[in-house]
Design a protein. Structure first.
Length: 244
């Protein structure tokens, strides 16, 4: 079953959230300390991922173009309205908590090499080992996030399943679009671009900055397109030098 690893990953987040709800009554001072620790860890993770880039200019361009697209679509505003609606229905005590938990958890769970590589392995070889490993990690992280940010973490299972599911189902087509070297480049640059977004999430958790991370999300798609175009760079340069 192509989507088995993805489904297990989504269920792991749900289970982790359920376990985290048991510990939500811990003292506020403890929650604050744990949340700050998570913020520092997320910043470190994002920096580590960002340093993996071999084409830093591609990452910068992707973030710039992606930011323009995201601001034009007002993705952050739409999500906050959705979060507010869910909060009203669920009777959340703290305004903005659901949206914050959803965005933070989604970005951490979706961005990174494990999501892409695991989904490709599922789609191409029906090998779910990478996603099983990711499921264990995500279950633990979702439990920790839930204790500090609340039940909104559970909604991150939806974009995780959709994102990894689409990659798994389109794995053959993706493999045909990129040669093996460019596929490695794609994973590396997506990881690096995503690392910047994760770093921004960490800074938000630490209340150092307020970055509209969701408005930067289109940068991942821009990065993928630029990596695809990078395949034809040498051919373009050859034609350009021949003409001039």
């Amino acid at each position: 079953m192509v989507l088995l690893g993805t489904i297990v990953n989504g269920l792991a987040i749900v289970v982790g959230t359920a376990l985290g709800l048991i510990f939500t009554k811990i003292p506020e001072s403890t929650k604050t300390t744990v949340l700050q620790a998570m913020g520092l860890a997320v910043v470190l993770l994002g920096i580590k991922m960002g340093f993996e880039s071999n084409h830093i200019l591609l990452v910068i361009i992707s973030l710039a173009i992606g930011g323009v697209i995201g601001e034009s679509l007002r993705l952050d505003d739409h999500l906050n309205r959705l979060g507010s609606w869910i909060e009203r229905k669920a009777g959340a005590k703290k305004e903005g908590s659901v949206a914050k938990a959803f965005v933070t958890a989604t970005m951490v769970f979706v961005i990174g090499a494990l999501s892409v590589v695991g989904a490709l392995d599922s789609g191409l070889r029906l090998d779910h080992e990478v996603l099983y490993t990711k499921s264990l990690i995500d279950a633990f992280i979702s439990m920790i996030f839930t204790t500090t940010m609340g039940f909104g973490v559970i909604f991150s299972a939806i974009p995780v399943v959709l994102y990894q599911g689409v990659i798994a189902l389109l794995a053959t087509q993706i493999q045909n679009l990129f040669d093996p070297e460019q596929l490695r480049t794609l994973i590396t640059e997506l990881t690096a671009t995503g690392g910047i977004l994760i770093c921004a999430i960490g800074l938000n958790l630490l209340k150092v900055l307020h970055v509209k991370v969701l408005n930067l999300l289109p940068s991942l798609l821009v990065a993928a397109i630029l990596v695809y175009l990078l395949q034809y760079k040498q051919a373009f340069l050859n034609v350009f030098s021949f003409i001039f």
